[in-house]
Ligand binder design. Sequence first.
Ligand code: ADP
Length: 190
Amino acid sequence: MTACRLLLLGPPGAGKGTQAERLVKKHRIPQISTGDMLREAVAAQTEIGLRAQSVMDRGDLVSDEIVIGVARERLSREDTRVGFILDGFPRTVDQARALDEMLESLGSKLDRCVVLVADEPAVIARLLNRAEIESRSDDNEATIRRRLRVYREQTEPLVEYYRARDVLAEVDGMGTIDEVEKRIGEALGA
Ligand code: ADP
């Protein structure tokens, strides 16, 4: 596979995290999940964590300023030279522009943006199921609906943003984990 600077896009519950883990194993490149990094900051009660906590619990987006800073720091580390899988960043057009600038200053660019397409009732069911298994403070029904609305309004426009840059691959996110993994592999030409 030539493309290894990857971005996974899709609504909450579409399976980005799960598929990112598979891609990590397959291509030996790091996963960069702003959601995970923010949850770590919350758990460690850092200044960023303290600022992000209530916003995340509501299902809203943490400010571009905070998230762009977190992503910039992570992408500047040596282990991303071989490639990376972005999961959960960018989530707004301003974040996408900032990412383009970051990569440009590092002399690279995004190779592929994979959108996991999933219908809303299915992702709501998956997230409610996850809420019973894990205890994420933002996996309750009201917050799930809010996160889906935020996705539609602020993140979905990125599909057109990346289509216009000719890096978009739309993949059906419904089916088993293995089925979706296979489709992603095909979309990446692996
Ligand atoms: P999910 O995709 O299931 O909603 P994530 O783990 O990606 O979960 O994100 C959880 C929360 O973290 C989001 O609802 C948001 O509050 C915050 N967050 C994560 N990434 C970003 C981002 N790029 N911009 C703004 N907020 C973010």
